[in-house]
Design a protein around this ligand. Structure first.
Ligand SMILES: Nc1ncnc2c1ncn2[C@@H]1O[C@H](COP(=O)(O)OP(=O)(O)OP(=O)(O)O)[C@@H](O)[C@H]1O
Ligand SMILES: [Mg+2]
Ligand SMILES: [Zn+2]
Length: 408
């Protein structure tokens, strides 16, 4: 039977866990000195190693040759725990056992010592799903379990676990796994599995997986099914998992900076037709903008615009709509002038007002105001810089003030 990569490559030893140096060091030291807390809680994003580490800790404690930070992996205990089938390592899914009756069952079973191993270990996944009553019922047991009992909790939502529980646990935070670490692991898997894949294709998968190794391995699985015999390229990855290439993103930004918003909108449509995930696209646009060397005013305005569209998309505005609006706003932003230039223009009295921009009565008023304020008489006096900025702010009303806000 084919085993998906994420399961086949589940880390079985602590040395195989990648990207979690802090948690790993704390655990290793605690195990080696025999000072492991009786209740540990792993929290962090999905697919970062919580369940894997929980099982590794269980093996460390119960290995025939242990307790040891490097369990042998071959004894009966290690093998049974690795596949989640040991009599004394009880894995409970918090989502489907969340009620007080379930908590009472745990409390009852804690009374009986382990049948075969050193410790009786309860691994409770998705523990944040427990009801408040269930948590409360467990408080005392978690605080003072019999010496042969250990609790290992795992959750992606620590904020939903009551403080009363948290204060009785040793908390270990698993982080998003850095892209470079994910790439390294994917490269290792590709070599072991004889998967032909280009290096930048691997990097694109690592980027798209957003810190989750399980997601990354799932993507690699999909790409393999798409091209089982030929070399997987970056474009294949883009197509299969719906992630845009950086080149596309750069092309889009260049269109915006080059003032061809129609072309930029075409790119958005193209991406949509190719089922590219527009939220990911938006994320990469922000990353690329950060690297851009455009004037600060334009850069900050663009960042703020695309940050807003990302927020909109997360709040369920249709991604295409959010990006169309952002594209138009971005077009306007690229016309922003440097504040130094504005000061200089005001100072020299050479302010040129675009007559196309005086469509409304308000615009006409502004135009008059600018002309009045920038006349030579009013400016040749020796005013300090602050007053000049003040003057510009007054003249432009909200417009410049907006730039200032974006700069915050
Ligand atoms: N830190 C890691 N080191 C090595 N492999 C990892 C790591 N994190 C995840 N993986 C890979 O992802 C798979 C799933 O990991 P695991 O079940 O430990 O994640 P999890 O944090 O419990 O995720 P979830 O929150 O979805 O339950 C593993 O089998 C392994 O292939
Ligand atoms: Mg898990
Ligand atoms: Zn062992």
């Amino acid at each position: 039977m084919y085993k998906v990569l994420a399961r086949k490559y589940r880390p079985l030893k602590i040395s195989e866990v990648v990207g979690q140096p802090v948690a790993v060091t704390i655990l290793k030291n605690a195990i080696e000195t025999g000072k492991l807390h009786h209740a540990i809680l792993f929290y962090g994003p999905m697919g970062t190693g919580k369940t894997s580490l929980a099982r590794i800790v269980a093996k460390s404690l119960n290995c025939d040759k242990g307790p040891t930070a490097e369990p042998c992996g071959t004894c009966e205990a290690c093998q049974a725990i690795s596949i989640g089938k040991d009599v004394d390592v009880i894995e409970i899914d918090g989502a489907s056992n969340r009620k007080i009756e379930n908590a009472r069952n745990i409390i009852e079973s804690v009374k009986y010592p382990p049948l075969k191993r050193r410790f009786k270990i309860y691994i409770i996944d998705e523990v944040h799903m427990f009801t408040l009553e269930a948590f409360n019922a467990l408080l005392k047991t978690i605080e003072e379990p019999p010496p042969y009992v250990k609790f290992i909790f795992a959750t992606t939502a620590i904020e939903k676990v009551p403080d009363t529980i948290l204060s009785r646990c040793q908390i270990l935070h698993l982080k998003k796994i850095p892209e470079a670490e994910i790439s390294k692991k994917l490269l290792f898997i590709s070599q072991s599995e004889n998967i032909k894949i280009e290096e930048d294709a691997i990097d694109l998968i690592a980027f798209a997986s957003n810190g989750s190794l399980r997601v990354a391995e799932g993507f690699l699985d999909r790409c393999m099914s798409f091209k089982p015999n030929e070399t997987i390229t970056k474009d294949d990855v883009s197509k299969v998992i719906g992630v845009p290439t950086r080149e596309k993103v750069k092309e889009y930004i260049n269109k915006i900076l080059g003032n061809s918003e129609e072309e930029a909108l075409k790119i958005i449509n193209q991406l949509l037709e190719n089922s590219i995930n527009l939220e990911t696209f938006n994320r990469i646009v922000l990353e690329e903008l950060l690297k851009q060397e455009s004037p600060l005013e334009i850069k900050t305005a663009l960042l703020s615009i695309f940050y807003q569209s990302l927020v909109d998309i997360k709040q369920k505005i249709h991604p295409q709509d959010a990006l169309i609006v952002a594209t138009y706003k971005a077009k306007a932003a690229t016309k922003l002038d440097k504040i130094e230039n504005l000061i200089e223009k005001v100072q020299s009295g050479s302010f040129i007002i675009d007559s196309n921009n005086t469509k409304t009565e308000k615009d006409a008023e502004n135009k008059k105001a600018i002309e009045k304020n920038t006349s030579h008489e009013s400016l040749n006096t020796d005013i300090d810089n602050n007053s000049k900025v003040d003057l510009i702010l007054k003249t432009f009303g909200g417009k410049i003030i907006n730039i200032e806000k974006i700069n915050d």
